[in-house]
Ligand binder design. Structure first.
Ligand SMILES: Nc1ncnc2c1ncn2[C@@H]1O[C@H](COP(=O)(O)OP(=O)(O)OP(=O)(O)O)[C@@H](O)[C@H]1O
Ligand SMILES: [Mg+2]
Length: 515
């Protein structure tokens, strides 16, 4: 197979969901030995195109061809799977199955329908070793972290060894090392003649591994160009369109200095010597204080316990020893309802599991945790009150939807995340605990989301505990605490924070900036 040959082509592809035109007349092709980037804002149509190219969804118009031949019929799963391998944005990992079973889902090694379990486990072990991934192939996927599940997903797509690989935000839940390994694999596959479609909101990744890039805006291709001929600003302008420039406006709004606080003295949250076991990273005696009105960042490597500490505080995770006081009172352990009632809003890491109820509408989800005392005299919210409460938040976060009654299941990944964030803001909490809130959110919306978090805390005097490995997120914080192996390693108190210094601190190398 020679490089540069189209292995899959989409011509004039259109797709409509109700009144949403998700794709309109899209022409694109993947070439052998080539990595094509696909970018666009949340709701631009990227995942819809992936579903059509993977044979999950039929286009309303247009055509998909493989090597110049018409695509197989939609129901012929085997035929599509033999042509194309996909890492979907929404995890396809089955929580009740083991790592090995998930990796070989629908494709188990064996003979005449008899599964060779030993071969499966051995192959899984080998794949996982290549990823430096220390997990037992026999472990159920439901017990894994978001990042580990993502790796299972990627490994599953890679073991099938197809000529076409579609990656829909594969790095959203990966940390730096995982991204580096994924890129090594992608480069090797591309060198071996595989055609890759790569979707990411991290534009620097697109510049790093994609030869060409396609920009979708409102379902249409607005730009196709070799990546080296573009600057990041040009790419963002193409994504956003020239009618609005929320990026620069919001960037200015979110700048650390604008939200700089005076001295904060009143202690709102005091977590002391927390010891908690977790596959997501255990805590070995971690302590932190958040003052009233303060925005505190929390960061660290995978396994450092960052998400665990956030989850312990909101009552989503039990702990073995230590104590938590909130607003002058002890906070009971492992009781999310008690944390919510005490005034703690929560933006969870795994939005599909804890973030929203997919079948319910946007406004119902956003207003779900509004406390009874805010809900009016009768203690419940009428639909019109819900909509009235949800509308300004939806606008502030540039939520793309057909209307506030649309089921959240039908929203694009990034827009689902915005619903989760809005839900936490709508409950007017005293403290917002946000775990990786900008994951999967496009560059322009990310600025809006961070600005909304910063602005809400400023306007309402609420505090923020922001757990994230995205250093951009941490810039809105008054203080950044770095965890290393379940304990506080150091803290930074002077924004803007330097990425290099943060990186070395997360690795526990040098305690730069220690005060
Ligand atoms: N099953 C569905 N029913 C109704 N609308 C849908 C459905 N699937 C997608 N849409 C709509 O189609 C549009 C495109 O969604 P898509 O998931 O392709 O966006 P995306 O570019 O992948 O966004 P993101 O970056 O947030 O993942 C969105 O407005 C979305 O709400
Ligand atoms: Mg998507």
């Amino acid at each position: 197979m020679s490089a540069g040959q189209p292995v899959v082509e989409a011509t004039g592809v259109s797709k409509r969901f109700g009144s949403t035109q998700a794709l309109l007349g899209v022409d694109t092709a993947l070439l052998a030995g080539h990595c094509l980037g696909l970018v666009g804002r949340n709701g631009a149509g990227k995942s819809t195109l992936v579903s059509i190219l993977s044979g999950l969804v039929a286009a309303d118009a247009g055509e998909v061809r493989f090597d110049g031949e018409p695509a197989p019929p939609l129901g012929d799963v085997g035929a599509w799977r033999s042509r194309i391998s996909t890492v979907f944005q929404h995890s396809m990992v089955v929580p009740q199955l083991t790592v090995a079973e998930n990796i070989f889902l629908g494709d188990r090694p064996g003979h005449r329908g008899i599964v060779d379990w030993r071969a499966m486990r051995a192959q899984t072990r080998q794949v996982l070793r290549e990823w430096d991934f220390n997990v037992d192939p026999g472990v159920e996927c439901g017990t894994l972290t978001v990042e580990q599940r993502q790796i299972v997903e990627i490994a599953g797509a890679l073991v099938r060894g197809t000529r076409i690989l579609l990656l829909d935000e594969p790095t959203a839940a990966l940390e730096r090392d995982g991204v580096r390994r994924l890129f090594e694999r992608v480069r090797a596959l591309v060198a071996g003649g595989v055609a890759v479609l790569y979707i990411s909101h991290h534009l620097e990744e697109v510049f790093e591994i994609c030869q060409d890039v396609v920009v979708l805006r409102d379902g249409e291709v607005v730009l196709t160009a070799p990546t080296p001929t573009l600057t990041e600003d040009q790419l963002v302008s193409a994504m956003v369109g020239d009618i609005e420039t929320p990026v620069t406006a919001a960037r200015a709004a979110a700048s650390a200095s604008r939200y700089k606080r005076k001295a904060l003295t009143e202690e709102l949250l005091v977590a002391s010597d927390i010891v908690a076991k977790s596959t997501r990273g255990s805590l070995l005696g971690a302590s932190l204080t958040v003052h009233a009105g303060e925005r505190v960042g929390l960061t660290g490597l995978l396994g450092a316990g960052v998400a665990t500490l956030g989850r312990v505080i909101v009552g989503a995770h039990e702990y073995q020893s230590g104590s938590i006081r909130f607003d002058g009172k002890p906070l009971p352990a492992g009781r999310p309802d008690a944390a919510l009632a005490a005034g703690i809003g929560y933006i969870p890491e795994d939005r599909w599991l804890e973030g929203f109820v997919g079948l319910l509408g946007i406004s119902e989800n956003m207003t779900m945790s509004i406390a009874p005392h805010l809900a009016g005299r009768l203690g419940f919210l009428t639909p019109s009150r819900r909509t009235a409460a949800a509308r300004p938040l939806a606008k502030e976060l540039s939520l793309v939807s057909r209307g506030l009654n649309q089921a959240v299941d039908e929203l694009s990944g990034g827009n689902q995340q915005k619903v989760t964030v809005a839900r936490a803001l709508a409950s007017e909490p005293k403290l917002i605990v946000a775990i990786t809130p900008t994951r999967g959110v496009d560059v322009a919306s990310k600025e809006l989301l961070l600005a909304a978090l910063a602005e809400t805390t400023r306007a309402t005097g609420a505090s923020l505990l922001l757990a994230s490995d995205e250093f951009d997120d941490l810039q809105i914080c008054d203080r950044v605490i770095v965890l290393v192996r379940g304990q506080v390693f150091t803290e930074f108190t002077e924004p803007p924070y330097d990425n290099e210094e943060l990186i070395s601190a997360t690795e526990g190398l040098v305690a730069v900036g220690r005060e």
